[in-house]
Every structure is written in C-alpha cells, then in structure tokens.
Design a protein around this ligand. Structure first.
Ligand code: ANZ
Ligand code: ZN
Length: 902
C-alpha cells in the first residue's frame, strides 16, 4: 500500500489544475454568477499569517461548495500593496519600500498558491501598480469634479510616529490604527471626501443589508444619527444669539446654564472685544452667593483657558468622570420658555465640531452637565421623576438620563419623556424658538497622507489662476453645476474655496509615483508635508488651464481609497480604458466628462453579472473603515450614473479569530503560527481541515499543535481507506468473492450529504467536518457488510463531500473511485441524497456536562459513543464547559443522552 506523501499529491494536482485551467472562469458566459470575495491582504514582510489562511481557505471551502451547487463562482485574489503599514516596516528594517514590496509580493503569491484555493489566476491585481492606481487617481478627480473632494484647514488627527494625518476611523481608542501611538490634533490643510453628505443613506440602507448584526450596529453607531432641535437663545443686553443643539428639549425647564465650546464664534468675538459690556443688570435677578461668583468677566482668564484647551485631545475633552474645567463669560441668555436667565460658560467638554458647538446645561439629567454644575456650584433642578421619586438630584449616581415622567415643567407635567420631547419640539417650533434638525457623528473622511508609499493625489495648483479667481469650477457654467451633482450653493462655495485647483486630466493619468532611490528622502519628517514635496521635478508642472507654471499636490491618498473599490476592478483587469464596467456612455449620467469606451455594452453587461458582490467575508475590525468607505464610494459611483446599484456587498459575514494555546498571537510572545511550516510538515489539506474543525467560523478557535497532529492522523486514515479500496478493486479474486451487495443500510450516506450540505451553506464548517468523521467511522465499522458497489458508492460520495474541504486529496480519492473517468471532482455537482432515507433517521439527544444541560446534538439512531462524543465537542457551548477541565467519565445512553463528568 502506498504511503501518504502530501507533497507529492498536492504538487501533482496543483499542476494538473493549472494545466487544465479549471479555475479560470469566462465571466461573460457565466449563467449563475457568484462573486465569492475575500479581503485582499496587505503584504507584510512576515508573510501570510495563519489567520489569513484560516479565513481564505474557509471562504474557499464555501466557494467550492457553491460551485458544486451549480454556481459560476468567481474567486479572485490580489494585494493591497500600498500603505503605511508596509512603509513603516520597510523604514524599520532600513530597506527601501519599493524593493521590499517586490520581495513580499513574490512571497505572498507563492503562499497563495499553496493554499489550494480556487483562485482565478488570470485576474489578480496589486494596488501599487500604475495600471491600478491610475484608476484610484481617476476616482479622486471624479470626486473632486462632483464637489465631493475638497480642501479644508482643520484640526485633524495626526500620528506623531507615522508622521502623517490619519482619518477619524483610523483612530482606535485614541491611538493610531496602524502603529498604536497616541494621536494628536494638528491644524493642517488637508483633502477630505464628503462622506457626511451620504450619512443618511449610509444609515438607512443598513436595515436592508444581509450583514452581521454587530457590524451593522457598529456602522449605525459610528454614523450616529441624532434627531434633535436647535434652540435659539438671545444674549441679554446684546444683539447676539446662541443656538444650542439638544436631543432633550423636554428637560428645558431644568436648564440652568449654557456652555460654549472654546472654538465657538461668540468666544472669538468676546476676545476680540467686539461685544457690548454685559452690564450690571443681572445681579438682582440671581439669588445669593452664586450670583457673586458668576458676576465678574475676566478676559485674561478666558484667553488663558482657550489656549490651554487647544493642546488637549478630543478624547480627553469628552470623557465622563474627569474634573470639569471652564470659565464664565459674564453674559447671560434668556430661556424663552420661562424667562429664566442662564449664565454662559465656556468649557472644553463641549466640542466645536458637533451640533452647534453650544449646549444648554441640564445638570439633573445629564452626567457631564452634572459634573460641571457641581464644579462651579450651579443650580440643579429636577424635571424628570422616576417611579414617583421626585427627591433632589444630589449625586452623580442619581442623575436621571433615560426614562421617566416630567415634573416641574408646566405644560409637560405628567408626560413620559418620549412624548414630552415631541410636544416641546412642536412648541418651540411654533413659537419660533427652535428648528428640528438631524445631526450625525460621522465626520468627513480625511484622505491626504504626508507619506511616500501611495498614489499621488492627482491635483494641480496654479497660483496665477488663483489670483485671477479661476478654478476648475469656473469651467462649469451654473446650469451644468446645478443640473449635475452639485447644487448651486455648493458650487458657489467651491468656486471660492478651490481657487487655483485643477484635477489632472484623464488622459494624463496616472501621475506616477516618482522613483526616489535615496532612503532618507522618502522618510516622513512630520513637517506636515510629504516626501514628494522635496522632489522639484515632480512638483513643477504646467497649469492645465492657463499654461503657466504650477505645482502638483504632493500628498498621497489614504490606502483605504485603494481598497474602497478594488472588487469592482477584478472582473475588468484586462481593460485599460475603463476602471470597471460602468455606464460611461453619458446617456443616463448626470456627470461629465465621460471616458471613451470601446466596448461599452460588453463591460456593462459584465458588471451586471458581477456587481454587487454576492458574498463578502472578512474581519470585523473593518466595520467603520473599509466597509464604510466602500459603501460610500459605490454610492457616489451610482449617483454619477456609472453603476446601477449602490450597495457593494449583498452579504457580509464576519469570521472569528485564531488564538494560539488560548493566547493572542504576537511576535513579542513568540507564538506566531507560520502556515508555511505546518503546510510543509502536514500538507495543505490537513491544515485546511484542521482550521475548519477548530471552532465555529464566526467565533474562531484556538490553534494547538496536538490538534493539528490529530487531524493529520485522520487525514492519513482517509488515505488508507482509499488505498485499501484501490487494492480490493485490482484484486480480481477478492472482487469476485465480494461482488454482490449485501444488505447494508446505506442511509447514513444520505443523512450525511444532507447535513454537510446544510452546514457548508451556512459556513458551519466545524460541524460539517464532525459529520464527515462520523461517516468515516460508520464506514469503517460496516464495510465488511458491504459489497464492492456499496463501498464504491460510499467512497464516491465521501470524496465529493471532502472536495470543498481538502481539494487535493479529494481529487486523488475521486480518481481512485471513478477510475479516472468523469474529470475533476471539483467540477462535479454536489451529491444528491434520497430524501426518504433521511426522514425519521435522526434523533436529537441532550448533551450534559456534570448533569447540567449544555446543548444538544442530532445524529443517526444507535450511533456509537465516539461519534456522539465528537459531535458533542463541536457544540460551542459544550466545548466551552469542557475546555477548562479534564473529562473523567462519559455516560452515554444511545438515542437518549450523553453526559460528560469533569
Ligand atoms: C440638553 C440635554 C439635556 C442634553 C439632557 C442631554 C441630556 P447625545 O447625548 O449623545 O444624544 N451636545 C450637543 N452639542 C454638543 C457638543 N458640541 N459637544 C458636547 N455635547 C454636546 O448627544 C446630544 C446631546 O449632546 C445634546 O442634548 C447636548 O446635551 C449634548 F437631559 O442638550 B443635550
Ligand atoms: Zn493657471
């Protein structure tokens, strides 16, 4: 009997597949298209991580199953090759990022080939290649022309270690998403994409997406839609007004002060001495001690406070539970609903860029307001009771934020807060004191990076044109601007703010990233300008409008722009005149200019088949990054008339993560699992199968070398079963004696086909593997009762079931059972089962741990103990209870119960 040599088997089949091109798909003739997308990785120097192998091969198992179910499955792969991560690593090891990138690219593709995935090698892409980033740059110019990419000076998040600006989404708990350094705020001029314009659609579309609940919730919270009202208050003795955004106008009878962000206009005017003196009229309207304290205006103190706040991070400013700071302005507003005077304070817990930058303080019903009121001994008035409790709010724990019934609030008394909010909003609007508004937490996406390793932002600035008041937006007449994507007001703003700016013309793209061999010259220096700014040859150019000398933008774009549209590119990699299969004919489009397309009809037809992506599987960590950006970008392409869908991913499924011996894998712990090493030792198939068995796909699992070795033994057992069959078949004498079928009941095969199919469809790989193991045990126990045809039937079906999981071996097994006829196992249909034989064939039994119910399993009647045990251990909840303890004894009553004593 031939021994299992994984390398030999795997090499052999890989070569054959490649030669026969079984994974190459004709995208245009596909009748039943299924786009099975995985998140392309950025090529780090360490190589492909076991976590990536876990997800990629899991997704492939699903894709292979779908192909056997009759779909034309498209499964491409590529590299997210630009970006700060690669660049940081290259800097660290003192290598030029360009040469490092060539090395890592090669290594990654070698590893991809070893995964055994059904990748379509005729369509790969790398975001750092000019034929790709030409279109990323085109995207930028499109956004610019639509008024969706603009420049603005503002306080942006800056990573002092990466020495570049990062977007809000790239700050996790106050730290840089790439390197973990605490970010600071820096006042810089940057390019932004106007994602906030789409906040409402991004939010409301969520409900129709077949996505993980928590990913949707994450996006919803990030977008942060808030229905509220802007209330206008007049400042006593001045002609100034202060507008406060609040979601809780119901509490307005409990308002005792106003707080402005230090950035608020009123503060600016105050410091510039533009306001009339507050006058002494207020003293007698306020009671006692408090009034004395809040009487004096101290411009010096205000100036000092405002300067101090500038140095603070947003996170520091808004968090609860830290000592509140602030200064009194000396001014008061009048509360419209009861005539009460409210002192105006300045404090950093109010943000300049949210709402209106002004808050009406209700300390009894908002924790931060309460902390502030306590710090400066201000009045606390309770206006909401809870379960009849109306006692004074005198500690932070008593602050009543969410529910209750109105008290001390005149016409609102007795109403639950929900109703009171509506009634108060109606009242304020009717009286002309307020206007309902919707606010979002979402900020515009800052897309410029002061780094080298990215696509240069394809914009040109002409001083000459700027002086004359010209910009690209001048080339549009009002009608064009209005009828197109921009409304007139925005057009007017852009005319002013984008003076001198021109996008690089389509025919001049790509703007190539210049080769800078000098390692020192590509280092970021933190000056707020990228390394390209030092390259005079790059910077100097000609103005596309007036022809005088002009300057190129020297920032590169955020790598997340690269990855926001890559899935549109895969099906069109052979086209160099279109980025994807858009309708660029201009007939339905609201936007000019168009791209010249030779084969317009063909590409649009193809796009219809392959967009939106049918299934996208990847990590949750991209919830408010890639997954949000991609939705936004596709929405814009839809509005520009290029695409006829506006959501990129019909389904998104988030997979779990792999740990090693119950600990997070990290280089410092030295517990990184290197897939290359295990593939070399056990073969791709065994590693794939182990990764499928390791736990539920959405929850990840814990890698253990003992588990890996156990799986290898199982795989070797499969090998022997087929070798044995091969021998029996060739042994004439043996065959003659065994020819007839015996009376073996074969229904276990049907139930397994049914169960495994259902599991694979739902990505429940671990239970699918458990069922296959059970089938193998059943075969071993019963094969002596089978005739050769029954054996062949069992092993044929087993090979088909194994095909999505262990593609190389399944091919080998298939060739054994069918004697080389019928072609590749991967092009076979998923096996049919006899429904009649699956009926009433399964029993569900309880699984207990120490006598307590922890789950249930479904299996054929009379199943043997080891099957019941194996299946029980694949139930997540049971696994959890068994994980930490040693099993002493197992009590098994077939068809009734299994109880683990630990
Ligand atoms: C009065 C009020 C009374 C509020 C009350 C809350 C509770 P949330 O709370 O997340 O829904 N706010 C408004 N603008 C702000 C800014 N620029 N910086 C910091 N806080 C600001 O967000 C809305 C609430 O946040 C608003 O409603 C306002 O406080 C505060 F019992 O107004 B509220
Ligand atoms: Zn010019």
């Amino acid at each position: 009997m031939e021994k299992y040599n994984h390398k030999k088997t795997e090499d052999k089949w890989r070569k054959i597949w490649e030669k026969q091109q079984i994974n190459k798909l004709d995208l245009d003739s596909a009748k039943n298209p299924y786009y099975n997308l995985m998140m392309f990785p950025y090529p780090s120097a360490e190589g492909l991580h076991i976590g990536s192998m876990y997800t990629f091969t899991g997704i492939d198992t699903f894709g292979r199953y779908m192909r056997m179910k009759g779909y034309d499955v498209f499964e491409p792969i590529g590299l997210d090759a630009f970006g700060i991560h690669s660049e940081n690593y290259a800097l660290k090891i003192g290598e030029h990022v360009k040469t490092m990138s060539q090395r890592t690219e090669k290594h990654f593709y070698e590893q991809f080939h070893l995964l055994g995935n059904m990748f379509d090698w005729s369509r790969k892409l790398e975001t750092n290649k000019p034929d790709y980033y030409k279109w990323t740059q085109w995207l930028f110019t499109q956004f610019f022309k639509a008024g969706l990419a603009y420049r603005k000076k503002s306080a942006v998040k800056f990573c002092p270690s990466c020495k570049t600006v990062v977007s809000d989404e790239q700050v996790i708990n106050g730290r840089c998403e790439r390197c973990g350094t605490e970010v600071i705020l820096k006042e810089l001029e940057q390019w932004f994409f106007n994602i906030t314009k789409f906040a409402d659609r991004l939010n409301s579309n969520l409900k129709d997406l077949n996505w993980n609940k928590d990913v949707k919730l994450g996006q919803k919270n990030w977008i942060g839609k808030k229905q509220g009202i802007n209330i206008t208050y007049e400042v006593k003795n001045t002609s100034e007004k202060i507008v406060c955004f609040t979601t809780r106008p119901d509490t307005n009878f409990g308002a005792t002060f106003i707080v402005l962000a230090p950035e608020h206009d009123f503060v600016g005017k105050l410091l510039q001495g533009k306001l009339p003196k507050p006058a002494g009229v207020i003293a007698d309207t306020l009671e006692g001690e408090r009034s004395k304290k809040t009487q004096q205006v101290d411009l010096e103190a205000i100036k000092k406070y405002v300067t101090e706040v500038e140095a603070k991070s947003e996170i520091e400013r808004i968090s609860e539970g830290h000592k509140k700071t602030g200064v009194f302005t000396g001014y008061y507003v009048v509360n419209n609903i009861n005539g009460k005077l409210l002192p105006i304070w300045i404090s950093d817990f109010v943000l300049g860029n949210f709402g209106t930058g002004a808050v009406v303080g209700v300390p009894a019903h908002d924790k931060r307001d309460f902390e502030f009121a306590k710090e400066f001994s201000m009045e606390v008035i309770r206006v909401v009771s809870l379960n009849g409790d109306t006692s004074p709010i005198d500690s932070i724990d008593k602050v009543q934020e969410d529910e209750g019934v109105m008290i001390n609030s005149e016409f609102l008394n007795g109403l639950p807060i929900k109703q009171a909010i509506g009634k108060m909003m109606d009242h304020l609007e009717k009286q002309g004191f307020g206007t309902r508004v919707i606010n979002y937490n979402l900020r515009d996406w800052c897309v410029s990076r002061q780094r080298y390793w990215g696509p240069p932002i394809p914009m040109i600035y002409c001083d000459n044109c700027a002086k004359k008041g010209d910009s690209w937006f001048n080339t549009l007449d009002k009608k064009q601007a209005a009828g197109n994507f921009l409304n007139i007001r925005e057009h007017e703003v852009l005319l002013k703010e984008m003076l001198g700016w021109y996008p690089v013309a389509d025919e001049d793209l790509p703007v190539l990233l210049p080769d800078i061999p000098d390692l020192e010259a590509i280092k970021p220096d933190g000056s707020g300008k990228g390394p390209l700014a030092m390259q005079q040859e790059f910077v100097q150019t000609i103005c596309p409008h007036c022809g005088k000398s002009a300057k190129r933008e020297t920032d590169v774009s955020d790598p997340f722009v690269d990855s926001a549209w890559y899935f549109l590119r895969y099906p069109f990699t052979e086209f160099d005149n279109v980025p994807f299969g858009g309708d660029f004919s201009g007939k339905d489009s609201i936007f000019t200019p168009k791209i010249k397309v030779n084969e317009q009809e063909k590409v649009v037809k193809r796009m219809h088949k392959w967009g939106p992506v049918h299934s996208y599987i990847g990590g949750k960590e991209h919830t408010v990054l890639h997954l949000l950006y991609a939705r936004f970008v596709i929405m814009v392409f839809k509005d520009l008339g290029y695409l006829d869908f506006e959501e990129p991913f019909t389904r998104f499924y988030a997979h779990g993560l792999i740990t090693k011996d119950a600990a997070k894998m990290s280089k410092s712990k030295g517990n990184i699992v290197n897939p290359d090493e295990y593939i070399a030792k056990f073969g791709t198939d065994s590693v794939r199968m182990y990764l499928r068995f390791i736990g539920p796909f959405d929850q990840g699992g814990d890698w253990r070398d003992t588990g890996m070795a156990g799986m290898f033994r199982f795989i070797s057992r499969l090998w022997r079963i087929y070798q044995e069959f091969l021998q029996e078949q060739s042994d004439k004498h043996f065959v003659n004696g065994q020819k007839e079928n015996k009376n073996q009941d074969m229904s276990t095969i049907d139930t397994t086909i049914k169960g495994v199919g259902e599991d694979l469809q739902e990505l429940k790989f671990n239970t699918a593997v458990a069922k296959i193991m059970q089938l193998v045990n059943w075969y071993q126990d019963n094969k002596f009762e089978m005739g050769i045809e029954q054996k062949q039937d069992a092993l044929k079906n087993l090979a088909l079931l194994l095909a999505p999981l262990i593609p190389h071996l399944a091919e080998e097994f298939w060739s054994i059972v069918i004697n080389g006829k019928a072609g590749s196992v991967h092009l076979q249909p998923w096996p049919e089962f006899d429904v009649r034989r699956t009926k009433n064939k399964l029993v569900t039994i309880a699984v207990q741990v120490n006598g307590r119910l922890r789950g249930s399993i479904t299996l054929p009647p009379g199943a043997v103990q080891k099957d019941a045990e194996a299946l029980s251990k694949s139930v997540p909840n049971v696994k959890k209870y068994l994980a930490k303890s040693k099993i002493k004894r197992v009590i098994y009553v077939p068809d009734r119960i299994i109880n683990f004593i630990v």
